[in-house]
Design a protein around this ligand. Sequence first.
Ligand code: ZN
Length: 302
Amino acid sequence: MKSCVVRGVWCVAVVVLACQARAGGGARRGPSAGAFDGKTAFTYVERQMAFGLRIPGTPAHRATGDWILSQLRTRADTVIVQEIPHGALQLRNYFARFQPAATDRVLFLAHWDTRPHADQSQNLGQQRLPVPGANDGASGVAVLLGVADALKQRAPSLGVDLLFVDGEDYGNFADSTDVLIGSRWFAAHQPPGYQPLYGVLFDMVGDKDLQIYQEGNSLAVAPEVVQRVWQVAADLGYGRVFVPSPRHTLTDDHVSLQRAGIHAIDVVDFDYPFWHTTEDTIDKVSAASLQIVGDVAVALVR
Ligand SMILES: [Zn+2]
């Protein structure tokens, strides 16, 4: 009985010490609370790849969409589903909102579909095959879901909207009717009075050999947003990845939003040798790259 009392006193002492340590600047909480986790984000790439090809109109596409929606419903304050009729296809955008009442808002977006044809494959025989979409599709979704994790842990300092667009990569970019479907739909069906401060598209951001140059249409329409994002990256020590010079000019989902008056930019590594080929597989993607891009995204809204 006596030894038991002594043990009890010891336990109380340990608890008091632990409380004191916690009170001393929150050190036990750790700097990672509310931070982006690249390793977890990588599991979101794995999960999407496990569904198979996310080609509109296929069971794998529908199952992936259902999974993304379920993930958002456990993290965001509100989630809006946009049903998009497109010929025989039924597509879906997801619009997940944090701090929905906040007037000052930032919009992040990525496409969640994958391309039916690997038309950039050097092997002509493979051009009719589908693109696996580990980087072109899954990486952007993984970053946005990782951001959702971070914002659920610790609310952002302003409103944040995460838009997952469907049908970005379905058809031929030359004729434009079967591409950027979800972003064009969103541009035409925005919430009443919606005017975010700016938008950032994340596309092909998981490449192990990550170098993100400034994109031409982003610089033309929203140079102040490019400046802000690249400055945040430099402040985080990522200046070698977010290279502060222009390179490619791309037709991507950000252009749909720009046409609707939103200052949106494209964060994209277009020097990806496996783009629109059958080789866009998960071995080309790394948690370290997702970490860098996710850190920048979260820092923008802290
Ligand atoms: Zn693509």
